[in-house]
Design a protein around this ligand. Structure first.
Ligand SMILES: Cc1cc2nc3c(=O)[nH]c(=O)nc-3n(C[C@H](O)[C@H](O)[C@H](O)COP(=O)(O)OP(=O)(O)OC[C@H]3O[C@@H](n4cnc5c(N)ncnc54)[C@H](O)[C@@H]3O)c2cc1C
Length: 379
């Protein structure tokens, strides 16, 4: 077992670290306060190849490995989890589906735009009645000659206002249940799409989340991704990578909160000495640091399994479950150890705490991760 990063992985990590320090840190707090999508960051992120992970070089992708991807996500999330979320939605959800399931013409038309940041994609699985129970899809796609007609509403869709394309899961045959779900590519200029207003969220405010409705939205049968009835499999397989991405995002948030708290507790003087000199504070810092390291091990293990071409459903679910709960724990302790300052927007820890909470909810709640893991350990 080798715990050392390769030269290339270190290079990618350091490149992203420098970029976020210079370009993202100055706007991270503001985009949260203003609930603003950071459109100015998209081109520079693309220039660094941050939308090219998991995409073949033939379409402009970076083909860097899974460890490099989690390192990049972690570095991004340390400074702005919203930016990491924007990146993750492209690199771990929408890009890979097009890469694996679209035909050659579609790949050549869409993927270079994903990599350049000009075509942001949206993953449209959740619905008002299909949350944790993602199989309970009510959106329908009915075949009419050479076309399908899509009707229904999706909820919580990341980057919907910016979306150039939507990967939509819809029922093509309700009588087959989960085997009646099919994936489609719907492009923005397709008539019949409407985007709701952004949700007023607790955090991750730089990443806009909206409902997306399809009303008699006609797509050609060639817009089908993969085979008819295989949509649920595509969604679940994609979520393995998505959860790995979320786990790295949670890890970045937790590491950032830990770093900020170590610095603060060494500086803050009470009773004539830094508060970090108290054993009671040290033990909390130790528990925070240990959870961050445990999360990192699980995240890297899942990435290593993916790189080795092994199944990694259980590994990515465990990484997401643990890293998300660690991020919530660590950020709450971070606010506590900052005292009153932790409860203000003068320090980033309150934002980190709000951002951490989402990692226990999106791409499968912690309860859903426990269901996935239970299925594996009891098999
Ligand atoms: C900011 C944000 C961005 C998102 N982005 C996207 C996106 O881009 N695309 C997309 O498709 N979706 C997206 N989602 C949706 C997200 O994946 C869902 O919110 C999530 O899957 C949970 O579904 P729900 O909100 O309907 O919760 P519900 O299913 O209503 O669950 C409510 C609670 O009950 C628990 N629960 C439910 N069933 C069980 C059970 N059987 N046993 C134990 N506990 C259970 C849940 O864990 C949760 O705690 C996003 C959500 C948010 C908040």
């Amino acid at each position: 077992m080798d715990f050392q990063l390769t030269e290339e992985q270190v290079l990618i990590r350091d490149m992203v670290r420098e970029f976020v320090e210079n370009d993202i840190k100055p706007i991270a707090g503001a985009i949260d306060k203003e609930h603003r999508f950071p459109s100015e960051s998209v081109a520079p992120m693309a220039e660094l190849g941050l939308f090219g992970f998991n995409i073949d070089e033939a379409y402009g992708g970076t083909e860097a490995d899974a460890i490099s991807y989690v390192l990049a996500t972690e570095e991004m999330a340390k400074v702005s989890a919203s930016h990491a979320m924007i990146m993750g939605s492209q690199c771990s959800l929408t890009g890979p589906i097009i890469q694996k399931y679209a035909d050659e013409e579609t790949k050549a038309r869409i993927l270079p735009g994903v990599v350049s940041g000009e075509k942001l994609g949206c993953f449209c699985l959740s619905e008002p009645s299909a949350g944790c129970d993602a199989a309970a899809q009510e959106t329908t796609a009915v075949r009419q000659g050479d076309n399908y007609v899509i009707n229904g509403s999706k909820l919580w869709i990341t980057a919907a206002p910016q979306g150039a394309f939507f990967i939509v899961f819809a029922m093509t045959d309700k009588s087959k249940g989960v085997k009646g779900i099919t994936a489609f590519l719907v492009e923005r200029d397709n008539p019949g799409i409407s985007i709701g207003l952004p949700e007023d969220k607790m955090g991750m405010n730089g990443s806009e989340t909206c409902s997306v409705s399809f009303s008699d939205c006609v797509v050609s049968a060639s817009a089908m991704l993969g085979e008819e009835g295989k949509g649920f499999n595509i969604a679940m397989e994609t979520l393995d990578g998505g959860r790995l991405s979320c786990s790295a995002l949670a890890l970045g948030i937790a590491q950032s909160a830990l770093d900020a708290t170590i610095a603060y507790t060494k500086e803050r003087i009470q009773f004539g000495k830094p508060i970090a000199a108290n054993q009671g504070i040290q033990w909390v810092l130790v528990d925070m640091a240990t959870r961050v390291d445990c999360a990192r091990m699980l995240v890297y293990r899942a990435a290593a399994a993916k790189m080795a071409g092994l199944p990694y459903t259980r590994e990515s679910a465990q990484a997401k479950l643990y890293a998300a709960e660690a991020a919530t724990y660590v950020t709450q302790k971070a606010v506590q150890l900052h005292g009153g300052m932790g409860y203000t927007k003068s320090y980033p820890v309150e934002r980190l705490m709000r951002e951490a909470k989402l990692t226990e909810i999106f791409e499968g709640t912690s309860e859903v991760q426990r269901m996935v893991i239970a299925k594996h350990i009891l098999a």
